[in-house]
Design a protein around this ligand. Structure first.
Ligand SMILES: Nc1ncnc2c1ncn2[C@@H]1O[C@H](COP(=O)(O)OP(=O)(O)O)[C@@H](O)[C@H]1O
Ligand SMILES: CC(C)(COP(=O)(O)O)[C@@H](O)C(=O)NCCC(=O)O
Ligand SMILES: [K+]
Length: 244
């Protein structure tokens, strides 16, 4: 049994796996992380390994505290991955993006793959059919866009996500919802169109906290799997055991 933990910039996601099967999923905040992990380990006492991918503010040290109970693996760019990393700055590539690329490579062999993770940021990661990781894009996520408009202006309120009534927003709040939500959707559809124009035979994987919301609104039909990062973390760990 393996406990996988994904520390993002907004929330922590965790899942317990038995082989490829998810036994339970969790989402929690940074301040409750130690208590939640303890609880999970108490419930699943057969967990042998804790596998972590962190781009958030919880450092390796905090996880090493669990070493009394099980083996702790804090993934870094120095681990083994199933793709060839062509990023010009591989040491600064987010470990979450490396894990997503790894999952896409292992689950969808011999094809071009685009992974879109709509979390705090939207990240785009492209791995070609020869397993070269080429990079992608980073842009502000849905909630970040609402917060940025409020935090960096004098007059814009902080709104929570709402589906815009139309693309011509006829009030301050409707204009913000249209700009944020439609802008978000147009951006992603625009990127997908660009990739489609340049590559054939490719699969798109959509994940992250806003994946389900997005999947319904995109012009392009793609399926969302909000658990893709944790599944990929489990697979990356199996790959590491087999290839280290
Ligand atoms: N309860 C929630 N708290 C925070 N964000 C949420 C929540 N439910 C959905 N979201 C959406 O999830 C996005 C963050 O996704 P998530 O995958 O948790 O981010 P990260 O992996 O960067 O921590 C936000 O843009 C927000 O719109
Ligand atoms: C781009 C990110 C902030 C995304 O984080 P997230 O939205 O998943 O919380 C993270 O992958 C990161 O810190 N990347 C480092 C820069 C890079 O990937 O090039
Ligand atoms: K992301």
């Amino acid at each position: 049994m393996i406990l996988t933990v994904d520390v993002g910039n907004t929330r922590i996601k965790a899942a317990v796996f038995e082989g490829d099967t998810v036994l339970e999923n969790y989402i929690f905040e940074k301040n409750e992380f130690e208590e939640k992990i303890q609880k999970i380990l108490k419930k699943f006492q057969n967990c042998s390994d804790l596998v972590v991918a962190s781009v958030g503010k919880i450092e390796k040290q905090s996880f090493l505290a669990f070493e009394k109970e099980l083996n702790v693996h804090f993934l870094t760019h120095e681990d083994v991955f199933p793709f060839i990393n062509k990023y010009a700055t591989p040491k600064t590539l987010g470990i979450d993006r490396m894990v997503l690329a790894s999952g896409a490579t292992l689950q969808f062999p011999k094809q071009n793959r685009l992974v879109i993770d709509a979390g705090t940021c939207i990240t785009y990661d492209f791995i070609d059919e020869n397993d070269n990781y080429l990079g992608g894009a980073i842009s502000p996520g849905l909630r970040l866009r609402y917060e940025a408009l409020h935090n960096y202006t004098a007059r814009l309120p902080l709104l929570t996500f709402e589906t815009p009534e139309q693309y011509i927003g006829n009030s301050t709040s409707q204009a913000i919802h249209s700009g944020v939500v439609n802008g978000f959707v147009y951006e992603i559809d625009g990127f997908i169109d660009e990739y489609r124009a340049n590559f054939s035979n490719f699969i798109i994987i959509l994940t992250g906290g806003d994946a389900d919301f997005l999947a319904k609104r995109l012009k392009n039909t793609i399926f969302a799997n909000s658990n893709f990062l944790l599944e990929s973390l489990n697979q990356t760990f199996q790959y590491k055991i087999d290839n280290d």
